[in-house]
Design a protein around this ligand. Structure first.
Ligand SMILES: NC(=O)C1=CN([C@@H]2O[C@H](COP(=O)(O)OP(=O)(O)OC[C@H]3O[C@@H](n4cnc5c(N)ncnc54)[C@H](OP(=O)(O)O)[C@@H]3O)[C@@H](O)[C@H]2O)C=CC1
Ligand SMILES: [Mg+2]
Length: 307
């Protein structure tokens, strides 16, 4: 059983920061918890805990949604007794994605990513000796080599390529039937975001892009922690012929504004009804791919209205 503690910021107890904004005060407080073992120990006495078993969070079903119980103290019971006592079950985070609200999912993403990182960094890669976690869980230190290990995220670029009227979406064989997403790929070492976008698009669909525009970013915990960097880009005029790299993708195609708008309106889970078996499915709201696609639709719809 693993526990992830979250300490809620209480404004009145930090008079020394009174002149600063609430956000700055909170940021300074969280910084203090990472640096000061004793302050962190104290905070854990009033903090709330999220419970995990083998990286699966404890969730409570409530209609079509999942709620995340916040525990005021750490208890240690066998898994089944814990589930019975708290009226919930330990569920794979990926499986529960569509039934969580965005605040809960963001906290659980961070908690699971940290727990996974600690689990995989128990030993120093130089000395082979066990590493020790600090109270806040923000780093691990090897007492022998003195190396400090910090939790890491792998940078990933995700790009929605457009030819002005259509956008390019692709699927991997592991995706649910009908689901298409934007092109994604890990940055190689030494690469800038721009270089990674150009390379990934060329590698996966054989196209050259230009007019790169950063849109947003997101921490994504699956399968390991990634920092998703989302961009829009266009192809060079007239150069739209896709050459799918079948080692990376199962299929890629251009989709019209109408097709994408209809797919965005489709609600609910990723399972298609038999009558819609050939329909296009898009990533869920929580995924940054959804944000990129929605933004493209909004921009194109506005510009066609203005024309
Ligand atoms: N939030 C969102 O909206 C979306 C998130 N994603 C995420 O983006 C990530 C990348 O997408 P994907 O298209 O799969 O990536 P790539 O196109 O880069 O291909 C994935 C392959 O890269 C290799 N790889 C795995 N980890 C790393 C790493 N840390 N550095 C370099 N190469 C690595 C693996 O190859 P091998 O197994 O041969 O070593 C893996 O099969 C995935 O984690 C996916 O979950 C993707 C789309 C949407
Ligand atoms: Mg890819």
């Amino acid at each position: 059983m693993s526990l992830y503690c979250r300490t809620f910021f209480r404004r009145k107890s930090f008079g020394c920061y009174r002149l600063l904004s609430t956000y700055v005060t909170k940021a300074r407080y969280l910084f203090e918890l990472k640096e000061d073992e004793e302050a962190c120990r104290k905070a854990q006495q009033t903090g709330v805990f999220y419970l995990f078993h083998d990286l699966d969070p404890l969730l409570q079903a409530s209609g079509h949604r999942y709620l995340v119980p916040r525990l005021s103290r750490a208890a240690s019971l066998p898994k089944s007794e814990m589930e019975a006592e708290l009226g919930g079950s330990f569920i794979k985070l990926r499986q529960a994605l569509f039934q969580l609200n965005s605040v809960d999912s963001s906290l659980l993403f961070t908690a699971q990513a940290l727990l996974r990182w600690h689990d995989g960094h128990q030993f120093c890669s130089k000395s082979g000796q066990p590493t020790q976690k600090n109270m806040a869980g923000s780093k691990r230190v090897c007492p022998s080599s003195k190396i400090i290990y910090y939790p890491q995220m792998a940078p990933v670029v995700i790009t929605l390529v457009s030819d002005g009227a259509r956008c390019l979406l692709a699927r991997q064989s592991s995706f649910p039937k009908g689901l298409y997403s934007a092109l994604a790929g890990f940055c190689d070492i030494g690469e800038s975001v721009e270089e990674a976008v150009h390379r990934e698009v060329a590698e996966e669909v054989g196209l050259e892009v230009e007019n790169l525009q950063y849109s947003a970013s997101q921490h994504w915990p699956f399968p390991n922690s990634s920092l998703m960097i989302a961009c829009h880009a266009t192809v060079k005029p007239g150069h739209t012929e896709i050459q799918v790299n079948l080692k990376e993708l199962e299929a890629a195609a251009w989709f019209s504004l109408d097709e994408v708008t209809t797919a965005l309106r489709r609600k609910g889970s990723l399972a298609l009804q038999p009558s819609e078996a050939s329909s296009l499915l898009l990533p869920p709201k929580l995924a940054i791919a959804h944000h990129l696609i929605k933004k493209w639709v909004e921009t194109l719809s506005c510009s066609s209205l203005a024309a």
